[in-house]
Design a protein around this ligand. Structure first.
Ligand code: ADP
Ligand code: GLC
Length: 488
């Protein structure tokens, strides 16, 4: 269908090379789905420490490219590998910038030189194309870390024989991260002050925003669910970008993310105590038992609802509701397992909750992929009380694992979760509206009531397991979009 389309896909994180959240899952899976539909897609990301030490072959494909950072020219090498679907992946090496313990910062805050790091990466990605002599039809950029690329193509690279005129698609995975830096850093990006630093350009309340660069200079903008595409045009969700997004609404659309069922499937998941599927649900019970044991929870919780969360610990994720309502939630005679990492404030609040409720609440601070899978399989209800959620992937993983998502009605959660109706037996989860302790608690009470009716619960679980959020449908939508920005 898309034999002729060549796409260069840029992301600051890609499974299995580097991950902090859902962007990595998307960048790890969507290119494979595009390739299966005939797109010649290649991916680029920085060569982080996690990618260096990962278990895949790396081959140096470009010995030396010269990458500008303001007035400096910094040499770099480019390495390559392939994903399990055969997608070519380029990793840009610059040890002093990317060989660090984390991708973007530490619990104290962001790395102070993120503008330098990601401006460097954007230039390096474009110079990689020049060095390879490969001209893609479309460059697909994701989030602020790659937002500079569309501006670079319309500015400093406009006379590059290879790159001139290549259209960009810019995908917003999270408007909450805007890549804002002091205006004084603009010269480091290579963008001309007069041409780019104004309200219709990269200027944002006196600062420089790399997210805005992506929004303004790309040919088409997408975000990761239809509802979020509408929400971000309003002051409540737009975080100051609503004006420019509304202005560009003709080229803005929501394309729902998918699930990589080769990685998230309880029938084949290598991390589980026992595999299972709709015809063999005993395995799920075994996973719950194993999780209860691993977490040191009371064994009697095997008969009661076990609630779980795996999440970045950020204000976005609504953890305030969880900590505020903790006592009342536990009064329902349920258990809770939380895995997360992020802001120090939440580390402390959650660890306190675990200390105060031994045997009932288990908290693990850290990033742990295998444990994320064991939690997905081992709990009954997966909580996602987000303030906003561009798409959210874990509710879709939960369906497949026979775990019932309980979510706030926002963004992609609104688009994927349908409230269960005990009278008709329709629906796949639980959903609440207002971001309040009362609404959250009401919703949990309702879920517990259904859990206590095993026939109903089984029906609800199976409704979720039947859902299919494969990437193919979304990949087709991206291909249509690539064709349209190419003028086909
Ligand atoms: P977001 O991208 O906002 O973090 P998503 O729901 O799109 O939210 O994706 C989150 C992804 O990150 C999921 O794959 C989830 O399992 C994973 N994840 C989040 N926190 C952790 C953690 N502490 N350990 C392991 N995996 C995590
Ligand atoms: C972001 C969003 C999340 C989305 C993910 C992948 O990090 O917070 O909702 O699922 O990107 O698009």
């Amino acid at each position: 269908m898309a034999g002729e389309v060549k796409t260069f896909f840029l992301s600051s994180e890609v499974v299995p090379f580097a991950k902090t959240g859902g962007l990595a899952d998307v960048a790890g899976a969507l290119p494979g789905a595009l390739r299966a539909l005939g797109v010649d897609v290649r991916v680029a990301l920085p060569l982080y420490r996690s990618a260096r030490s990962g278990n895949f072959p790396l081959e140096r494909v470009i010995e030396r490219i010269e990458v500008p950072l303001g007035k400096w020219i910094l040499p770099s090498s480019v390495w390559a590998t392939e994903t399990k679907e055969g997608v070519k992946v380029y990793l840009v090496e610059r040890e002093d910038m990317f060989d660090r313990p984390n991708l973007y910062g530490n619990p104290m805050g962001d790395y102070y030189d993120n503008l330098e790091r990601f401006s460097f990466f954007c230039h390096a990605a474009l110079r990689t194309l020049e060095a390879l002599g490969w001209r893609p039809d479309v460059i697909h950029c994701n989030d602020w870390q790659t937002g500079l690329v569309p501006a670079l193509i319309s500015g400093p690279y406009r006379h590059s024989p290879l790159l001139s005129g290549i259209p960009s698609v810019f995908t917003i995975h999270n408007l909450g991260y805007q890549g804002i830096f002091p205006a004084e850093k603009l010269p480091l990006t290579g963008l001309d002050y007069g041409e780019f630093f104004h309200p219709e350009g990269v200027e944002f309340w006196g600062n420089l925003s790399l997210l805005k660069a992506g929004i303004v200079y790309s040919k088409a903008i997408t975000t990761v669910s239809p509802t979020y595409a509408k929400e971000i045009q309003t002051p409540e969700f737009g975080l100051g970008m609503e004006g420019i997004l509304h202005h560009r609404r003709e080229v803005l659309r929501g394309i729902l993310n998918g699930v990589d069922y080769t990685l998230w499937n309880p029938a084949t998941d290598p991390h589980l105590a026992e595999n299972y599927y709709p015809g063999k649900m005993g395995g799920k019970k075994r996973c719950k038992e194993a999780l209860i044991q691993e977490m040191g929870l009371e064994e009697r919780l095997l008969q009661r609802p076990l609630l779980g969360m795996t999440t970045r610990l950020a204000a976005q994720k609504g953890l305030d509701l969880v900590t505020e309502a903790m006592e009342e939630i536990l009064a329902l005679d349920v258990g809770m397992v939380i895995l997360g990492t992020g802001e120090d404030y939440y580390h402390k609040a959650l660890q306190r909750a675990a200390l105060e409720n031994p045997g009932k609440v288990a908290v693990r601070i850290g990033f742990d992929e295998p444990l994320a899978h064991r939690i997905m399989a081992g709990v009954d209800i997966f909580l996602i009380p987000s303030r906003y959620e561009p798409c959210g992937l874990t509710q879709m993983y939960a369906f497949k694992y026979g775990t019932v998502p309980l979510v706030r009605a926002t963004g992609g959660l609104e688009d994927t979760v349908r409230p269960f109706d005990p009278t008709t037996g329709q629906g796949n989860g639980f959903k609440f509206g207002p971001h309040t302790r009362e609404a959250f608690l009401q919703c949990i009470k309702e879920a517990v009531r259904v859990y206590e009716k095993p026939d109903l619960w089984r029906l609800l679980v199976l409704n979720g397991m039947k859902e299919d959020f494969s990437w193919e449908r979304s990949a087709k939508e991206y291909i249509d979009l690539y064709m349209s920005v190419m003028g086909r």
